[in-house]
Design a protein around this ligand. Structure first.
Ligand SMILES: Nc1ncnc2c1ncn2[C@@H]1O[C@H](COP(=O)(O)OP(=O)(O)O)[C@@H](O)[C@H]1O
Ligand SMILES: CC(=O)OP(=O)(O)O
Ligand SMILES: [Mg+2]
Length: 336
């Protein structure tokens, strides 16, 4: 079964046609401005299409897209404004141009749907949290699901028997502890703005700083945009926030930004390690893990105290996971 996979990220659009786990055709824009997928993608004649959605709310499984599911996902857009609207536009174009092909929405959040209560609740009044859906969701689930299966393969043990920390180091950055195939702790919570700094995202910030800036006269929408699009590695360094730009910059602020980034990665890895009862590997994935072994070595320097587990680094294969989920979801539908 051939699956066309579409992965809209915060700064890239990755499109691949997978025949089994083999990439039969691929296209990528790593400075993506939200434009539609190229015409060639629609000419690949897949049996199913899989689209990555960062936010699936409480859904634990992929969903075949129809108008009702689209409306539900559109309602979640305010929770992931850097990702969800783009994914909705991509999916709408696919539905319009390939009306006879099943389109499956696959969710970053689904991998974390079973987060234990202690890692899911936010410590605010329960009534307020429940009324507004404030909880920790977790993201990058498609990348993590692949990473855990690949780690098990490399370790020669079943997924059910390993405990790993997965650090997804891409445009967005997150760290997750996975034991027995389940997410037990993760650094991104209510939205992809939480946790570690990303290319342009601030990561976790004392909420008092947000109120301070609002009282100083910033409009809420402007502040949100600044934290989402002008902060993180970009904000700290004055560059576009791509680590390649920071590494090439002679400005001391670029070096400082890298120090902050590496410090926060180490800190979060150590923090989520505490949620594992066994530690078999530290997995690094995403653009940094794929392209920069030296930076990866810096990111894990000094973490030996966590236990003598190997560090595994490989490319994020959201495409492989998207295709796997689409096969399951589309296959189930054809049986009905
Ligand atoms: N050679 C490199 N050295 C360091 N970082 C790199 C390198 N190549 C890519 N990166 C980092 O990877 C990021 C993109 O990661 P990727 O996982 O492809 O992104 P996305 O989140 O858009 O899917 C870039 O923003 C950059 O910081
Ligand atoms: C959830 C998230 O941050 O995704 P990306 O890294 O693709 O921007
Ligand atoms: Mg990505």
């Amino acid at each position: 079964m051939k699956v066309l996979t579409l992965n809209p990220g915060s700064s890239s659009l990755k499109v691949a046609l997978l025949d089994g786990d083999t990439v039969a055709w691929a296209w990528e824009d790593d400075r993506w401005d939200g434009r539609a997928a190229p015409d060639a993608a629609f000419a690949t004649r897949p049996d199913a299409v899989a689209v990555r959605f960062v936010h699936g709310g409480d859904r634990a499984h992929p969903a075949v897209l129809d108008d009702a599911v689209l409306a539900e996902l559109a309602a979640l857009a305010p929770l992931a404004p850097l990702h969800q609207p783009q994914a909705l536009r991509i999916a709408a174009a696919v539905l319009r141009r390939m009306p006879d092909t099943p389109v499956v929405a696959c969710f970053d959040t689904a991998f974390h749907a079973g987060l234990p209560t202690r890692a899911r609740l936010c410590a605010i009044p329960r009534a307020l949290a429940e009324a507004h859906g404030i909880r920790r969701y977790g993201f990058h689930g498609l990348s993590i699901a692949y990473a855990v299966r690949r780690a098990a393969e490399l370790l020669g043990r079943p997924v059910e028997e390993i405990g790993v920390v997965v650090a997804h180091l891409g445009s967005g950055t997150s760290v997750t502890a996975v034991e027995g195939g389940a997410s037990v702790d993760t650094s991104m919570g209510f939205s992809p703005l939480d946790g570690l700094p990303g290319r342009t995202r601030s990561g976790a910030l004392d909420p008092a700083a947000v109120f301070h800036l609002l009282r100083a006269g910033m409009a809420p929408d402007d502040l949100e945009r600044v934290l989402r699009e002008e902060s993180g590695l970009a904000g700290l360094s004055g560059t576009d926030g791509d680590l390649r730009s920071l590494l090439a910059s002679p400005h001391p602020h670029a070096a400082e930004a890298i120090e902050v980034y590496l410090h926060r990665v180490r800190r979060e890895v150590a923090a989520v390690r505490a949620s594992l009862t066994r530690f078999d590997a530290l997995v690094l994935t995403g653009g940094v893990a794929e392209h920069n072994p030296a930076l990866c070595a810096d990111a894990v320097a000094g973490l030996e105290f966590l236990g003598s587990a190997p560090v595994l680094a490989f490319r994020a294969r959201e495409d492989v996971e998207l295709a796997r989920q689409a096969r399951l979801a589309a296959g189930e539908r054809s049986l009905r």
